[in-house]
Design a protein around this ligand. Structure first.
Ligand code: ADP
Length: 505
């Protein structure tokens, strides 16, 4: 284990530095254990590029043990015998503990991921807490139906027919690095509410808050094996989880490319698969939009979380009559953003999560420029320490360019004008992508807004806003942005299966 760099340049809570100093282990069957191989991997602070922690590197052997523990906890012991109300109370308790430790979690998230502490405090943590509370409420409301049947070939029979909605079983959950805790919460909440057991594989870039959450599971009183956490890399730990023959379902959030690999890996035992994948979401500003609302909203649509959002508004369309004002306005917003370490209170945008991500995003900007796009503001790396990329506005892009077609996952927006307000034409342009995660529409015409909402092929359409999330609101993708919906009552469908019971009376 190498040196752990000091993070005390900023005021970090004592529990945070204590957490970072100790080698973090895997959680299997209620016990913190080393990886079978004893291997560890370093975790970097994106603001400095320095190592801040060492974490166990789980692989196939560890996944096997974790799945075994999850299977045991699903089939025997206290968890399957708990009442829905008891399960709900445990989830609620988890939310309370998270709230009590909000500042510690927010600091850990910021050090690990790079996002501003103000954002971790105001968004990642409250949304995670709220999600657990929302799902705690569902634990007691998961029910089947009674169904009147009319079997044509049994006209004289009388039946009592009902459905049971049962937990799907052992679920593997593979988590990305952009909202490490929140993405784990989105998946854990419905799995717990429905009575499943879990093997969680956090992203290798950002494993820390998930591991700390594992400690809160113990404190809340969840039985051993209900949540198992195996940290490690995609191929080493994610792949064996996705293909494991004793996992009943895999839930994944990440790139469309890896989503396809996971789908193939799941075919061995035909486990259920849900996927929340990439996006290239359009934000569309009509000529009658209130620009005082639209400009800050479309700027935040792309720059929030440094553009590392699957629903980032990375294709911005502005009617030609407002195009210049929108470009100027978004560029001015970009220049106002204070780029710096997430722990600094003056920071509006932190570093990207990793060197790899920084290189990828800069590569996209360069590819846009080589194809004829122009930079209005930004356009490159800032400084030579940490993984900072300037908020960047590109114009003169065309629909075929890589920067317009592919997900950049960084603070880079392509702004294109459109000629008339014909909604079918602009809807076709907005839909000219293999993705379909989200979109936003800015107009003061109600009819245009709702007609556009129907025409856009995406799982979420925001009107006169972008990035509005709530635990009650289903989120997920059309087309290659995914399968299934997270949050809301729809999420419960992913973690349950329906059994029809037919009693002939
Ligand atoms: P990114 O490319 O932005 O890092 P990924 O989609 O690769 O995003 O990663 C999201 C999650 O998927 C991470 O937890 C990562 O370890 C995991 N992962 C990556 N490759 C695989 C794979 N082949 N099988 C299963 N999980 C994987």
């Amino acid at each position: 284990m190498g040196e752990v760099a000091t993070v005390l340049d900023y005021t970090v809570q004592e529990p945070v530095s204590a957490f970072l100093t100790k080698k973090r282990q895997l959680l299997i069957d209620g016990k913190w254990v080393d990886a079978a191989s004893k291997k560890t991997f370093p975790v970097y602070e994106p603001a400095t590029g320095e190592v801040i922690a060492h974490v166990a590197e789980g692989e196939k052997k560890d996944i096997d043990l974790a799945v075994k523990a999850a299977r045991k906890a699903f089939e025997s012991g206290p968890w399957p015998n708990m009442t829905p109300s008891q399960r709900g109370r445990l989830i609620w308790k988890l939310a309370d503990l998270l709230e009590e430790n909000l500042e510690e979690f927010a600091q850990l998230e910021t050090l690990d991921n790079g996002k501003p502490l103000t954002v971790s405090r105001a968004a990642d943590l409250p949304l995670s807490i709220d999600l657990f509370r929302y799902m705690a409420g569902w634990a007691t409301k998961i029910s089947g139906e009674t169904i009147p049947i009319s079997v044509p070939y049994m006209p004289d029979a009388e039946f009592h027919v009902y459905t049971l909605r049962e937990p799907v079983g052992v679920v593997g959950q593979i988590i990305p690095w952009n909202f490490p805790l929140l993405m784990a919460a989105w998946k854990l909440g419905p799995a717990l509410a429905t009575g499943c057991t879990i093997v969680l594989k956090p992203a290798e870039q950002t494993p820390l808050t998930a591991l700390r959450l594992g400690e809160l599971f113990e404190e809340a009183g969840f039985p051993p094996g209900v949540l198992n956490i195996v940290t490690g890399f995609g191929e080493g730990a994610g792949a064996p989880l996705a293909e494991h023959p004793d996992v009943d379902k895999v839930a994944f959030t990440g790139s469309t490319e890896v989503g396809k690999i996971i789908t193939k890996a799941a075919t061995g035992n035909l486990k259920k698969v849900s996927l929340e994948l990439g996006g290239k979401s359009p934000a569309i500003v009509f000529s009658d939009a209130d620009l005082a609302v639209a400009v800050p909203a479309v700027a935040s649509a792309i720059f929030f979380n440094h553009g590392q959002c699957c629903c980032a508004g990375s294709r911005l369309y502005a009617h030609k009559s407002v195009f210049d004002k929108v470009v100027d306005g978004v560029s001015a917003e970009a220049q106002k953003i204070g780029l710096g370490p997430g722990m600094d209170p003056a920071t509006g945008m932190g570093p990207l999560v990793s060197q790899e991500q920084m290189t990828k995003v800069i590569g996209y900007i360069d590819s846009g420029l080589s194809e004829g796009a122009k930079v209005v503001v930004g356009g490159g790396r800032k400084g030579n320490k940490g993984y900072f990329v300037e908020p960047t506005v590109l114009v003169d892009t065309t629909p075929q360019m890589q920067v317009v077609q592919e997900e950049i996952f960084g603070p880079v927006v392509c702004v294109e004008p459109f000629d008339d307000d014909g909604i079918d034409r602009i809807a076709a342009e907005a839909n000219n992508t293999s993705f379909g995660l989200a979109a936003s529409i800015f107009t003061s015409n109600l009819s245009v807004a709702h007609k556009m909402a129907r025409r856009i092929q995406a799982g979420t359409v925001w009107i006169n806003s972008h990035n509005v999330f709530d635990a009650a609101l289903p989120f997920g993708g059309y087309k290659q942005s995914g399968w299934g919906r997270e949050m809301g009552k729809e999420a419960l469908d992913l973690y349950t299966q329906v059994k029809s019971v037919v009693a002939t009376l």
